[in-house]
Design a protein around this ligand. Sequence first.
Ligand code: CP
Length: 302
Amino acid sequence: VRHLLGIKDITAEDIQLIFETADNFKDVLNRPIKKVPSLRDITIANVFFENSTRTRLSFELAEKRLSADVINFSSSSSSVKKGETLLDTVNNILAMKVDMIVMRHSSPGAPHFLSRHIDANIVNAGDGTHEHPTQALLDSFSIREKLGDVAGKKVVIIGDILHSRVALSNIFALQKLGAEVMVCGPVTLLPKYIKELGVKVEFDVRKALDWCDVANVLRIQLERQQMKYFPSLREYTLYYGIDKKMLDSLDKQIVLMHPGPINRGVELSSDAADSHHSIILNQVENGVAIRMAVLYLLASRK
Ligand code: CP
């Protein structure tokens, strides 16, 4: 595998190798000197056509911890605004002797298109509503860290499944690793093909929480909604919002996750997001080790 375009394209063995490599890098990140020379002669461009906080900073930090040279491109302050194409933009970046491209783009399939036209490793940092592979890897890695294993665990993904690249990549990763997967949300925010993915579907959030070991709660992605969807944010919170009282009332302790950014007071109350149930900031911490592992493993595959 030369690129990481999606979880759909990789095997359970690939994921385990990434996890074992990330375990080693997590040890490194807990030392006083967090830097290793592994990618000293590699130059990486982070090419972002969409906004990001966690993914962009996490990739940049992972690259710097590996001693790579790093350049950052943001489309909003670039010549894309003058009409330059995606391929011209990336080819110009590669002409400066760049080895790897980490790309976020709003169009599903944009990194796959790029992989057919350029000669460099590509890591998909999120392509529209399609996949967000490193997010799914860090999510499963965080479940493994918290619960010992992903296999056999019951994981529910709650919220705007229709517009979520995190949901699709998580479904692929969790199933490959042997978890049982449920999705829960209003029918208007579930894709029509959802049952073909082999997941359970639940419309009642309380029943979903009663069933699961892990709840991964997603943001309502207003920026991707072409028309006015039911429910409104107020209705969504009324029927699907999760608070600490609800979590505390469950018969068992569950693990609460969220990929960020959180719409506090919409899908999660602040007291839930900041509670002892939550591993949200552990997910962010693990993102650096996972991205170090992905970049390290791909750099050797020219
Ligand atoms: N989880 C995630 O992709 O967050 P950002 O959009 O801030 O990168």
